[in-house]
Write a protein that binds this ligand. Structure first.
Ligand SMILES: Cc1cc2nc3c(=O)[nH]c(=O)nc-3n(C[C@H](O)[C@H](O)[C@H](O)COP(=O)(O)OP(=O)(O)OC[C@H]3O[C@@H](n4cnc5c(N)ncnc54)[C@H](O)[C@@H]3O)c2cc1C
Length: 130
């Protein structure tokens, strides 16, 4: 599935997802399966990078976080979604949708955008089985 360059040659997607962690990739997968053009932009700094394995995710117990994300990116791409490395610096709204600025690259346009929520520290909790 291709994005649509508009008259100025600017790439336009139905949705630009900011952040390619588990949440962003899962959202992008659902959108791509729904035949939306979707671009994930990911700075590749997932919170759980330091963990040896993922727990509490059905069927993936112990999977290294990097491997989970690799599988996720492949799934998104299999349905036509695109995943790019970069950091979104600004998302601004105008009459036609959203203008997404990624690092020093030319702006991208989106009809919708999805941005990650701010990071909230986890509350203290009892230890869990390893
Ligand atoms: C040590 C540790 C262990 C954990 N273990 C588990 C576990 O076992 N099971 C579990 O369910 N959860 C665990 N978590 C919580 C886990 O981090 C989340 O479940 C999961 O990573 C959340 O995914 P996410 O996509 O919301 O965020 P993240 O994984 O943090 O991904 C966010 C992504 O968005 C990118 N991003 C942010 N801002 C921008 C921007 N402006 N432009 C481009 N990209 C951007 C980041 O670089 C990052 O790659 C753990 C957390 C920690 C800290």
């Amino acid at each position: 599935m291709m994005s649509n360059p508009n008259n100025n040659g600017v790439q336009t997607f139905d949705v630009v997802v900011v952040g390619g962690g588990a949440a962003g990739l899962n959202g992008a997968l659902v959108l791509a399966r729904s035949r939306r053009t979707v671009l994930v932009i990911d700075a590749a700094e997932p919170r759980n990078a330091a963990a040896a394995g993922v727990h509490g995710f059905l069927s993936r117990d112990g999977t290294p976080p990097g491997q989970l994300l690799e599988l996720g990116r492949a799934e998104v791409q299999r349905y036509g979604g695109q995943v790019r490395h970069g950091r979104v610096r600004a998302v601004t709204r105008d009459a036609d949708g959203f203008r997404v600025t990624v690092d020093e690259q030319p702006a991208i346009r989106a009809r919708r955008s999805s941005v990650p929520p701010p990071r909230v520290p986890w509350p203290p909790r009892p230890s869990t089985p390893t």
